[in-house]
Design a protein around this ligand. Structure first.
Ligand SMILES: C[S@@+](CC[C@H](N)C(=O)[O-])C[C@H]1O[C@@H](n2cnc3c(N)ncnc32)[C@H](O)[C@@H]1O
Length: 198
């Protein structure tokens, strides 16, 4: 059993906020974003699927991927709101991708969850999933620790420069800002970035 499945099955899910990421809602409320224009959006490390359902509520077809069977079962148990589905699998394993046509990614707390040694693999995987002209849109949790919390991770922190540098061989940074909305405690700690695949 993976460490993530252990956490999910024992109910140790401090990241679970019961609603979609506020920066995603804020971004989608702009209307006509690159995610609205995508044919099918992947949400890696989707957990119980709040962000997947938020995309679906905006009429966007979305697939949530998670390593943990309990996360996927929890997501599937929620009432569907549009064109969404869920798949259990490891982001770094190609098997779950078979037969899926994806052209965009919404990233939220997957990047900070993975081992930093795998970040180059994360960037390469994003480049394999998103075709040229497609988009990786993400809210990156740069300083994911509460005061006094053990910073050994996961979650693991990052800088804007590190993320942009990892993706640079395949992606152009088109837009970025600190989101106006955040879960309580995350204000000012996140970075919203829109990357276009070269
Ligand atoms: C910090 S949680 C965030 C969940 C969700 N994004 C949220 O914010 O509610 C990270 C999630 O990523 C999943 N995960 C970690 N490594 C993964 C991998 N290699 N492939 C797919 N999912 C992964 C975990 O099972 C977990 O559900």
């Amino acid at each position: 059993m993976s460490r993530w499945e252990e956490l999910w099955s024992s109910g140790e899910t401090p990241w679970e906020k019961g609603r979609a990421a506020p920066p995603l809602s804020e971004y989608l409320e702009q209307g006509d974003t690159v995610l609205h224009r995508a044919r099918h959006v992947l949400v890696p490390g989707c957990g119980s699927g709040h962000d997947v359902r938020e995309l679906a509520r905006h009429g966007i077809a979305a697939t949530g991927l998670d390593l943990a069977a309990t996360a996927i079962a929890t997501a599937r148990a929620r009432e569907a709101v549009g064109s969404e589905d869920y798949v259990e699998g490891d982001l770094f394993d190609e098997a779950w991708r078979a037969g899926r046509e994806l052209d965009a990614v919404w990233e939220h707390t997957c990047f900070c969850a993975i081992d930093p040694a795998l970040r180059p693999d994360y960037a390469r995987t994003m480049a394999e999933i998103v075709p040229p002209g497609g988009y990786l849109v993400g809210v990156f949790y740069l300083n994911p620790w509460d005061p006094g919390e053990d910073a050994t991770g996961p979650p693991h922190g990052a800088t804007q420069e590190e993320i942009a540098g990892l993706l640079e061989p395949w992606f152009v940074l088109r837009e970025n800002r600190v989101p106006g909305r955040a879960y309580p405690g995350r204000e000012g700690k996140e970075w919203l970035a829109v990357f276009e695949r070269r």
